[in-house]
Design a protein. Structure first.
Length: 235
């Protein structure tokens, strides 16, 4: 007897041919969940930081700061061209919420995003494990642009809450990210000690031991798209 699998993977790693304007229109008319699948990606031209294939890693999962959930969550399949540090010194006090990296994304990377996309970036609640100040634990910050946490990529996480994009990040290979085709180490926003932010190695394995807080490493961009802010219900 020949047996055939009766299921199809929910992940489809294919390029979205729709324009960003059409993607946004499909968010507005509510058809995005039938038009797109997890794993679909769309190139985003960030000028000097390269053209990054932004991949759908979740739908209706990330929590909006105003209530409800963001229709589409994207994470870059590649790293930005420029490496950056988390902080000027090996200090993780306050965690990602007060890091130099957060400020870098907000002030340097945000202006590179084309207006139609930038105008639909959603303010979402992001959980990051922070070692200092004591007691250590999860801190929630509101972000438009962010880098993933250990929890979100299914690593050996210290976060006690938050979401996991496990359909996309299912093994080490899925976590390998490159700059100009060369695999690089990259930061997650999870701290491990007073001087250490966790990272992903160039082979995709999780690293919680290196003292990399002030090292220039890869930057993996994430954001959520949704309705225009004035159309979001506060109820």
């Amino acid at each position: 007897m020949t047996v055939y699998a009766a299921f199809k993977s929910a992940v489809e790693v294919v390029e979205i041919t729709d324009s960003w304007d059409t993607i946004i229109a499909n968010i507005d008319n509510g058809t995005y969940s039938t038009k797109y699948k997890l794993g679909n990606y769309k190139p985003l031209d960030l000028g000097t930081e390269g053209t990054i294939n932004m991949q759908i890693v979740a739908m209706d999962v990330d929590e909006l700061a105003s209530g409800g959930t963001a229709p589409l969550t994207f994470i870059g399949m590649e790293l930005l061209n420029t490496k950056h540090r988390m902080n000027a010194t090996q200090d993780t006090t306050g965690g990602y919420a007060v890091s130099e990296m957060k400020d870098y994304l907000d002030t340097t990377i945000y202006p590179l995003i084309q207006f139609n996309v930038a105008s639909r970036l959603q303010r979402v609640n992001k959980t990051s494990y922070t070692t200092l100040p004591q007691p250590s634990g999860d801190i929630v910050s509101v972000e438009k642009l962010w880098i993933p946490s250990a929890e979100e990529i299914g690593a050996n996480s210290f976060e006690h809450s938050g979401i996991r994009y496990t359909n996309i990040y299912s093994n080490n290979r899925s976590k390998v990210k490159t700059i100009n085709g060369v695999a690089q180490k990259w930061f997650v926003r999870t701290t491990r000690s007073a001087i250490n932010y966790c990272i992903v190695n160039s082979n995709g394995s999780f690293n919680q031991a290196g003292n990399y807080a002030n090292a220039g490493l890869g930057v993996c961009l994430g954001f959520c798209l949704g309705l225009e802010p004035e159309t979001i219900s506060d109820s």
